[in-house]
Ligand binder design. Structure first.
Ligand SMILES: Nc1nc2c(ncn2[C@@H]2O[C@H](COP(=O)(O)OP(=O)(O)O)[C@@H](O)[C@H]2O)c(=O)[nH]1
Ligand SMILES: [Mg+2]
Length: 309
């Protein structure tokens, strides 16, 4: 498996070059329909780490950590541990940039909340490809979707301190490229709806190209996660493990939990992508890589180096 990604040393320069080539894409532009001098009241500014343009100004090791979070942990791993499974999807910056453009809303590529559904017959049309996020209540599904869409901060993705908040399947449209679905959680105070609507959705949704199963990296795999994993195996469709909240615990605990996830994926799964993705939605680690993976699996971009997935 080729590792076509940049080395630490080259990251900053590469990002600068690519971003200047990308032009002013992420600079807020004045709205054409506003009179000169009119105040934009509802504009919400994007988080400073939402796009690579801001990230490039950071020191190279920080850039590396944001783009490829596994690099932070590598140094703590014993030499005997095989790093390959953690870097199977390791696109170059050009591809990450290409994917990022898809997450920027524009008049010709609108990103917006589409609809919510509680029953299968409420689901939107079977086009375009869909990706969905499942996991225990409070694992960070909505926060992750919010971080993915942070270049379009007008989108309202509700994040709650109360477990079990998301009780519907919420659909977000990314132009005509793909749809992102936020699912109700299971586990603590799981809505009964999970069994009634999420399972049928996962089994029967024809345009579902990837399911992302989130696991809290600060606490590791729980019994409810194992039940979800078994369900994903039963549906025999491709899914991916995301290890969330990696900012919330120390390197030691995170590595233990990550290696355990990876071991379970290796020994107990057939349909799971062998690489668990590391994510912090609050600090944006892994968000750019995940955007690129989503763009890739939905067929929205063609990777420059196709050996990387
Ligand atoms: N430290 C940390 N907290 C997070 C992260 N992602 C989510 N949270 C917090 O976890 C809680 C539940 O998040 P939410 O996205 O609503 O979880 P959901 O129920 O799976 O949709 C909220 O208080 C979030 O702020 C993360 O990456 N790091
Ligand atoms: Mg939620």
């Amino acid at each position: 498996m080729a590792d076509g990604g940049p080395c630490v040393k080259g990251v900053r320069d590469n990002v600068s070059v690519l971003l200047s080539a990308a032009g002013n894409m992420f600079r807020p532009r004045p709205c054409r329909w506003l009179r000169p001098g009119a105040r934009v009241v509802s504009w919400r500014s994007a988080h400073k780490l939402a796009s690579l343009q801001k990230v490039r100004a950071l020191p190279p090791n920080k850039v590396q950590s944001l783009l490829y979070p596994f690099s932070d942990l590598e140094g703590y791993l014993d030499r005997s541990v095989d790093r390959t499974p953690f870097q199977l999807f390791h696109p170059g910056l050009e591809d990450v940039m290409k994917a990022e453009r898809l997450f920027c809303s524009s008049p010709s590529h609108k990103i917006d909340y589409q609809t919510s559904a509680v029953r299968m017959d409420h689901l939107p049309a079977l086009k375009p490809p869909e990706v969905c996020f499942i996991g225990r209540s409070n694992v960070g599904k909505s926060s992750l979707i919010k971080a993915l869409f942070s270049l379009t901060p007008e989108i309202e993705v509700r994040v709650s301190k109360t477990p079990g908040h998301t009780k519907k399947m919420n659909f977000f449209r990314v132009g005509t490229a793909f749809t992102v679905v936020d699912m109700p959680g299971y586990g603590y105070k799981a809505p009964k709806d999970f069994v009634d609507m999420v399972e049928p959705y996962l089994y029967s949704r024809k345009n579902l190209v990837r399911t992302f199963l989130l696991v809290d990296g600060s606490v590791g795999l729980q019994s409810a996660d194992m039940v979800a994993l078994e369900m994903c195996e039963e549906m025999t469709r491709p899914y991916v493990m995301l290890v969330t909240k990696i900012d919330k615990c120390g390197h030691g605990a995170l590595l233990t939990n990550l290696l355990n996830v990876q071991d379970v994926v290796k020994t107990q799964t057939m349909s799971c992508f062998p690489q668990p993705f590391l994510i912090s939605s609050l600090q944006f680690q892994g968000i750019y890589l995940l955007r690129c993976f989503i763009a890739h699996v939905t067929g929205s971009i063609r990777l420059t180096d196709t050996s990387q997935s």
